[in-house]
Design a protein around this ligand. Structure first.
Ligand code: KG4
Ligand code: ZN
Length: 334
């Protein structure tokens, strides 16, 4: 049987990703061009700038990927591209490039939901994770728990009422004068901080709904920082990072445990940028209530391997494939 080769393209936000996957999950090559350095001087992603960077980076990465494994574009079996949710300008660059390549090479094209892409990230290296399972998606734009009944059949169990967990980390970092993206910075400084130095409220911890809220927590941090500033005292940044991280982790864990209890499903995966957080990884991995599957660190944040895998899986299920994939910045997860 001829091997099935999927080219994955990811450009939903500020990372340009290209990967080639053989059959279900064998990663032949993967490339990621991060714009973090370009955007961190602005304290966040500038959409127009991100789109222009994707335009510069995408085709050279596709070219490098084909060369690395010594194939031509025509040898591909499928092109899978993120079509949303994300930044419109960034999505347009990925989708239009994918449409052009698909037409020039005569290769079928499939649009991938970025959230479904994240959902597949832990599966790249873990063949023993099979539906039904619960998927905690924690990224810069999303915080939700999805019940994966089977691939392609998802139920949203709950989501954030306001900020996403990654957004909360980024805003907290800004309050503390740390650079963008805030999650990795807070994670690093928290390692030498006391996580019990401050008792931040654990948002919605005791409600009986699967729901999240992080905007109040961010405000609690802001007031704490202001108190130190007004008193003319040094800000204990590491202790604040550790205590903030504990609160976010406890809030996420409370609802993962609730979802396990309500559904009886004891298999939990996590993905999205915040699944790289060391405290969250430790809490999930050490849980006695369920077994956890986590992507390797480089595949927690946006990447094209997860997009290729989700696209290939949809293709196998007979999902709609054509050359008129339309970018949708507000695409829903399910
Ligand atoms: O999944 P992702 O790359 O992009 C979106 O689809 O949003 O997630 C990026 C988010 C950022 O908010 C970033 O601060 C957060 O993930 N993040 C982390 C860590 N690494 C990345 N948050 C907490 N701890 C980390 N180690
Ligand atoms: Zn993402």
């Amino acid at each position: 049987m001829k091997n099935f080769l999927t080219l994955g393209i990811e450009t939903s936000c500020d990372d340009t990703g290209v990967a080639i996957l053989e059959n279900d999950n064998k990663v032949l090559c993967e490339y990621l061009s991060s714009q973090i350095k370009d955007h961190s001087r602005f304290g966040g992603v500038i959409p127009e700038f991100a789109a222009r960077k994707h335009l510069e980076n995408l085709l050279p990465l596709v070219d490098a990927a084909l060369r690395e494994i010594n194939i031509r574009g025509q040898d591909l079996s499928l092109i899978a591209v993120t079509r949303g949710p994300g930044l419109m300008g960034s999505l347009i660059v990925g989708v239009q490039t994918a449409i052009a390549l698909s037409q020039v090479w005569g290769v079928p094209l499939i649009g991938v939901n970025h959230i479904e892409g994240h959902l597949f990230a832990p599966l790249v290296d873990s063949q023993d994770l099979e539906p039904p399972f619960l998927s905690l998606i924690v990224s810069g734009g999303h915080t939700e728990i999805i019940e994966v009944k089977e691939f392609g059949k998802y139920r949203l169990l709950g989501e954030t009422r306001d900020d996403a967990a990654g957004e909360a980390y980024d805003k907290a970092a800004r309050i503390l004068g740390l650079k963008y993206p805030g999650g990795p910075e807070i994670d690093k400084l928290a390692k030498t901080g006391d996580s019990h130095a401050f008792n931040f409220p654990i948002p919605l911890k005791n409600t009986h709904e699967i729901e999240f809220s992080f905007s109040g927590l961010k405000t609690a941090l802001l007031w704490q920082v202001k108190k130190f500033q007004e008193a003319g005292e040094n800000i204990p940044v590491n202790d604040l990072c550790a205590s903030f991280q504990r609160a976010v982790t406890e809030a996420l864990m409370a609802k993962v445990n609730l979802a396990v209890k309500l559904t009886g499903i004891k298999r939990v995966s996590a993905s999205g940028g915040v699944s790289a957080n060391s405290a969250l990884r430790e809490a999930l991995s050490n849980s006695k209530n369920f077994r956890a599957w986590l992507p390797k660190l480089s595949r927690c944040t946006d990447n094209a391997v997860m997009v290729a895998m989700a696209g290939h899986n949809s293709w196998e299920r007979g999902a709609f494939v054509n050359d008129t994939v339309i970018p949708d910045p507000a695409l829903h997860a399910i």
